[in-house]
Design a protein around this ligand. Structure first.
Ligand SMILES: [Zn+2]
Length: 470
């Protein structure tokens, strides 16, 4: 699982400036992007039909169920609680459509006395708040995101999904249409956990292949930038991370951009990268002078998640690395790609350090990762970034500028993986290949030592010099 929404607060200062140049980007009529009709027959997989007839709810009917008489729904995700309470009117049907009288055992868990062939239910989808909007399903009058993980019971994997939409709506996803199923368009979803569908009344779509890896952009709404600019920035970042990791993503990646349906305060965007999909919700009216720079900053973080942790076979709570170190690596990448300048790089680190000092909630990074969703996630980000920064300085110094923190990623992806490993063990071992790196891990990742970077930040010239060995 990968979720985030807190990183945005570190950015912004120098990049969100006044002045907006408005341009409409072109939209493509739905018929052109609905996919292709397949032929042939599908294997007997659970058939999920999602009906969208009004904002705020979806109807779901699942046929060809595997044998079973219990179904349970996700109740919490990314700090959002009560998701299972949204499931209503649950019915389980036997042969001939006989209602088996499903009982609700506890929130989100339903049971019948016999095996059911079909279940149907309604999921209420209230407008989310600013903190939830990138993480859970919602539908308004002309836009929606459906995340199968909070719509289907846990018990189901490898399903065929079909949509019944009222006039003018279309659906798009990184998931390919199943061409063998015949009849209406169906999507073969092997891992509902990672499946995201965008529902909209108009959409711009583009794709590009970068070094053998396909990236697609789906954009809905009216924006002060065009599809071409988004693709250019996304492809540049993708290219950079292909080089950084030395690892080619196995499947197509999709960036979905849509207007925020709710106000979010001073930070005008929210994002989540799930599986191969980046969802980016922004305020089209935000006063941002340099949209290219703003998109570049967001992409340097979110696109790195396509690799870390999404393409790693690692387990456990190592959020300090895949969030904190990702933020730092993205910051340096944004500098390299000129989305920010040196002043913004230093100013961002300064803001993070001030945020860290203002909270002083001393936890080891491993402890902070375990408690990320119960005690707030700021330590994972604040302390994670600062420790990544210390590693970067140490690695540059030890290698006389030949390597930097980013050099770790190639080694991480070159690691032979025949089975899932413990993320904390693998990454700490990688970072501890020098005595200095081992000390940092003991102090801050495994230990609770307080960071004192006042002297380091006091001499900004020296700081920049140490970052530019190479
Ligand atoms: Zn993140």
């Amino acid at each position: 699982m990968l979720v985030r929404n807190g990183c945005a607060r570190f950015w912004g200062g120098g990049i969100v400036l006044r002045g907006v140049c408005k341009r409409q980007f072109c939209v493509v009529v739905f018929a052109l992007w609905c996919g292709v009709f397949g032929v042939g027959s599908a294997a007997a997989k659970p058939a999920v039909k999602i009906t969208v007839s009004s904002p705020g709810e979806v109807g779901i009917r699942i046929e060809s169920l595997p044998a079973g008489n219990e179904w349970s729904f996700r109740n919490a995700y990314a700090g959002v609680l009560g998701l299972a309470d949204r499931v209503e009117q649950f019915r389980a049907l036997g042969p001939g459509g006989v209602d088996l009288g499903a009982k609700k055992i506890v929130t989100g868990e339903f049971r019948v006395g016999a095996s059911a062939e079909t279940i149907d239910y309604v999921v209420k989808l209230p407008l989310p708040n600013a903190g939830d909007v990138a993480h859970v399903s919602w539908i308004t009058r002309d836009l929606g995101f459906l995340m199968l993980a909070d719509l289907l019971p846990h018990q189901l994997t490898d399903v065929l999904v079909e949509f019944s939409l009222s006039g003018g709506w279309g659906v798009a996803s990184t998931i390919e249409v199943d061409e063998r199923s015949g009849g209406p368009i169906k999507y073969r979803v092997v891992a509902p956990e990672n499946a995201i569908f965008l529902l909209a009344t108009s959409l711009g779509r583009a794709s590009k292949t970068v070094d053998g890896v396909v990236i697609e952009t789906l954009i809905t709404g009216a924006w002060p930038f065009d599809q071409g600019m988004v693709m250019k920035v996304a492809a540049k970042v993708l290219e950079e991370y292909l080089e950084l990791t030395g690892f080619k993503l196995k499947s197509k990646s999709t960036v979905m951009i849509a207007p925020l349906p709710v106000a979010t305060g001073s930070v005008k965007w929210r994002a989540e990268t799930r599986g191969s999909t980046v969802v980016l919700l922004m305020d089209p009216h935000a006063k941002i002078a340099n949209w290219r720079g703003q998109l570049g900053i967001i992409f340097t973080h979110e696109l790195l998640h396509l690799w870390v942790p999404n393409a790693l076979w690692l387990q456990g709570d190592y959020d300090w690395f895949f969030e904190g170190f990702t933020l730092y690596t993205a910051l340096v990448t944004a500098l390299e790609l000129k989305f920010i300048d040196r002043n913004e790089y230093l100013a961002t680190l300064g803001r993070v350090y001030n945020a860290y000092l203002s909270r002083r909630d001393e936890l080891s990074l491993i402890d902070a990762s375990e408690r990320r969703w119960t005690t707030g996630n700021s330590v994972v980000y604040d302390k994670g970034v600062l420790v990544a920064f210390l590693y970067d300085l140490a690695i540059r110094k030890d290698s006389s500028g030949k390597m930097w923190l980013g050099s770790v990623y190639k080694r991480l992806f070159a690691r032979p993986a025949t089975q899932p490993a413990n993320g904390n063990e693998v990454i700490i071992q990688l970072l501890s290949s020098t005595p200095g790196g081992a000390d940092l891990a003991k102090s801050y990742i495994q230990g609770q030592r307080e960071l004192d970077l006042k002297a380091l930040f006091a001499d900004q010239k020296q700081l920049l010099k140490s970052l530019y060995y190479r």
